[in-house]
Design a protein around this ligand. Structure first.
Ligand code: UDP
Ligand code: MN
Length: 263
């Protein structure tokens, strides 16, 4: 049997991106020469309204919901559409995003204000992982609320386990959005600072982290199939809505209450 892929997308309130992402992925997997034979499914893990967004915990929840039906997973952002990429099975964590991520606008419609990503050092966007390796490091941390650094934290977890990241230089089309990690002047936002400090503290950790996949606390409050293009040989696509039974910290809430600096 071919290794089965679950594409897990953390999601909330990006309707415009989701409307493009789902049909794009289905067309891509139906037609792409490299990827069309992969038995894939897409799981959009939507966070219920109320709390700050938590990408790591959403990905953990998505993994829990996929683990019986997948041999490897892909953590995918909704705002990158593959043009030439490679989703075939991996033997180590593998970043598939490269071209298309170099410059991103800080806010929608502000192409004059861009952040520059070092594409040779990306740790997210599109990340393929064999399921047993994700389990071995206890997945993502659950406490990076708001924006940022949970993907670097995962990178640290793998480094402690002696597992390095591989890279495939995929080409993607990026969709613009307002950026919570940066002020308009390009400096890091308050929440980015708070979560960066958290990451710095974690760098002193040793062994497998206690917090992660094993204790992500959530309930599924909704589940629905997303419409497919009947003309394509599409894999199943499902949206699951989850509510967390975990709380952000006070300093994260305070940072998120700060307005982004303008320029
Ligand atoms: N995301 C979302 N709603 C949000 C914030 C993030 O759906 O309010 C999801 C979405 O899949 C997005 C991913 O989380 O692509 C990564 O977040 P974001 O794009 O804000 O971070 P970036 O990588 O651009 O810094
Ligand atoms: Mn983005």
């Amino acid at each position: 049997m071919k290794p089965r892929l679950s594409i897990i997308v953390p999601y909330r309130d990006r309707e415009n991106h989701l409307r493009q992402f789902v049909p794009h992925m289905q067309a891509y997997f139906a037609r792409d020469k490299v990827d069309k034979d992969i038995p894939y499914r897409i799981l959009i893990v939507e966070q219920a309204p109320g709390q700050p967004f938590n990408r790591g915990a959403l990905r953990n929840a998505g993994f829990q919901l996929s683990r019986e039906i997948a041999d490897y997973v892909c953590f995918h952002d909704v705002d990158y559409l593959p043009l030439w990429a490679d989703y075939s099975p991996v033997t180590q964590p593998t970043v598939g995003l490269y071209w298309g991520a170099e410059y991103r606008p800080i806010a929608e419609g502000r192409s004059d204000k861009a952040i520059r990503h070092n594409v040779d050092a990306l740790v997210g966007g599109m990340l393929l992982i064999p399921t047993e390796q994700f389990i071995a490091v206890n997945g993502y941390a659950n406490d990076y609320w708001g924006w940022g650094h949970e993907d670097m934290d995962l990178h640290e977890r793998f480094a402690r386990a002696g597992i390095s990241y591989d890279r495939r230089k995929g080409t993607f089309r990026a969709l613009a959005h307002d950026h919570e990690g940066y002020n308009l002047d390009g400096s890091a936002s308050s929440i980015a600072h708070v979560n960066e400090k958290l990451l710095e503290q974690r760098k002193a950790d040793t062994g497998v982290a206690a917090d992660g996949l094993s204790n992500v606390a959530y309930e599924v409050i909704g589940r629905r199939s997303l419409a497919m293009n009947p003309a394509e040989r599409a894999g199943p696509c499902e949206m699951v809505t989850v509510r967390f039974h975990m709380e952000p910290r006070e300093d994260q809430l305070n940072a998120l209450a700060q307005p982004l600096a303008q320029s």
